[in-house]
Design a protein around this ligand. Structure first.
Ligand SMILES: *[C@@H]1O[C@H](CO)[C@@H](O)[C@H](O)[C@H]1NC(C)=O
Ligand SMILES: *[C@@H]1O[C@H](CO)[C@@H](O)[C@H](O)[C@H]1NC(C)=O
Ligand SMILES: *[C@@H]1O[C@H](CO)[C@@H](O)[C@H](O)[C@H]1NC(C)=O
Length: 433
């Protein structure tokens, strides 16, 4: 009883001090706000640049020429014919004794991870990634979220990101909120090919059943696996920065769905760099690019012009998939430092929100590669999502994305057109490079 009374005393003292601190705060706020600048003087806006840029882009969007709603006929477009070849390569099944994974690696070079029309092996490789027998499953330790590595019979490895959300779930909050979306990884692979950036390793949907999980998990992974006594489902929480026993991913009807990502062989060395347009990841602390429309000029001396154009391509890709989490970028040194688009899971979070600030490299530098612009224009008027759907239809399912997400893709494409048109109007010379 005595102890209890003692605690009560501390309780009141704490409350009283909190109250006093609050009073002081209120007083100070009033004290300092007395001296505000006189009303009526013009304010020079040197902050919140992303907000005003977004307003200008939306304004340009409302005036966008109707020609951007009209699809280009396939026979008039090299890009569309190339995409037709890609589609047939996705469908092609090669029979015979070919090491498909070796063939996949062989086509990688400084232009990307495969030719833009794919390779004749693409369809068979995707099929193999979806069906190869798994002999070992273990934890991939890198990163903040749970990732598994699946090893196939021929020792090829794939990175497995489990499904945490239903496809229809809308992720609220900041642009980087939530866990990885497995479907985002898969769709990002196909979109990278459509946009002409073959820089995403092949990704497929893969389903593990619980027997497979139990039989192939190594000791380390098994330690983080259990069977939920109520549901009888297998759960795994793994080891990673955010991994917690209370927050496992569990099978549904004894099946664990996820994205299986082709693992680049160890002789292809990736080098990570900080992205100059990264966010601060601190609430209420803004990065310099968010408040400075001249940011592009200020970093130009640190990067060659090709790299700046890469950042612009990447921003277009990320804006379309809704990924605002590219704080780092990877390059392959032996391929002349070509840039890759790895880790696209923070995409397709909210189909009702367009994070126009992801486009900052585009609207702050106001230049774009001619070939990117030509490609974007050739998929206008609904062609973009039509092609995406025909590609998904070959090995995956259209329902990997909900209708609002398909609409968001078309809407974002038009926002990009509006941004480029706006830049062109502002500039007295061509913005195409
Ligand atoms: C930017 O300005 C707009 C309008 O003044 C405001 O609504 C928004 O909250 C501001 N954003 C930030 C991050 O300050
Ligand atoms: C088992 O699953 C049920 C239903 O999803 C959940 O409420 C419960 O917390 C789980 N138990 C454990 C030990 O994870
Ligand atoms: C390598 O990259 C640099 C800078 O982007 C470029 O100027 C050069 O032409 C590239 N070399 C080859 C062989 O592609």
């Amino acid at each position: 009883m005595i102890y209890l009374r003692c605690y009560y005393k501390y309780y009141y003292i704490t409350l009283l001090s909190i109250f006093l601190v609050l009073c002081l705060n209120v007083y100070l706020v009033f004290f300092f706000s007395k001296d505000e600048s006189p009303i009526g003087t013009p304010v020079v806006i040197k902050y919140n640049a992303t907000y005003f840029a977004s307003q200008n882009i939306l304004n340009a969007l409302s005036k966008l020429d109707k020609e951007y709603d009209v699809p280009v006929p396939t026979i008039q477009s090299n890009v569309l014919r190339e995409l037709d070849i890609l589609l047939s390569n996705l469908k092609l099944k090669i029979n015979g004794d070919i090491d498909l994974f070796a063939a996949t690696v062989k086509v990688m070079n400084q232009n990307g991870l495969m030719p833009l029309y794919g390779t004749p092996y693409l369809g068979s490789t995707i099929n193999l990634l979806k069906t190869s027998k798994i002999i070992k499953t273990y934890n991939a330790f890198k990163g903040t979220q749970l990732k598994l590595i699946l090893m196939f019979e021929n020792k090829q490895e794939v990175l497995f990101k489990p499904k945490w959300y239903l496809e229809s779930e809308v992720i609220e909050g900041s642009v980087y909120a939530g866990k990885d979306r497995y479907n985002g990884e898969i769709i990002a692979f196909y979109i990278s090919l459509i946009l002409g950036f073959p820089r995403v390793p092949i990704v497929v949907k893969r389903i593990l059943d619980s027997t497979e999980l139990h039989e192939t998990a190594n000791i380390g992974l098994k330690k983080t696996m259990y069977i939920n006594s109520t549901t009888k489902e297998t759960c795994v929480y793994g080891k990673c920065y955010y991994c917690k026993r209370e927050d496992p991913v569990c099978t549904k009807s004894e099946r664990l769905e996820g994205a299986a990502i082709f693992h680049l062989p160890s002789n292809i060395k990736l080098k990570q760099h900080l992205h100059p347009w990264r966010r601060t990841y601190i609430e209420n602390k803004r990065a310099r690019w968010e408040d400075d429309n001249d940011y592009c000029d200020s970093i130009k001396s640190n990067y060659n012009s090709e790299r700046i154009l890469d950042f612009i391509d990447v921003s277009i890709f990320d804006f379309i998939i809704g990924n605002g989490d590219r704080h780092r970028y990877e390059v392959v040194e032996q391929f002349n430092n070509t840039i890759l688009l790895i880790d696209n899971g923070k995409s397709f979070g909210n189909p009702y929100k367009d994070h126009i600030d992801i486009l900052a490299p585009l609207y702050q530098c106001c230049i774009i590669r001619l070939k990117t612009w030509e490609r974007l224009k050739s998929i206008k008027g609904g062609t973009f999502t039509n092609i995406l759907q025909s590609m998904l239809d070959v090995h995956e399912t259209l329902s990997l994305l909900t209708l609002p997400h398909y609409r968001a893709l078309e809407r974002r494409l038009k926002i990009i057109y509006a941004t480029v048109v706006m830049c062109q109007k502002k500039s007295d010379r061509s913005i195409l490079r």
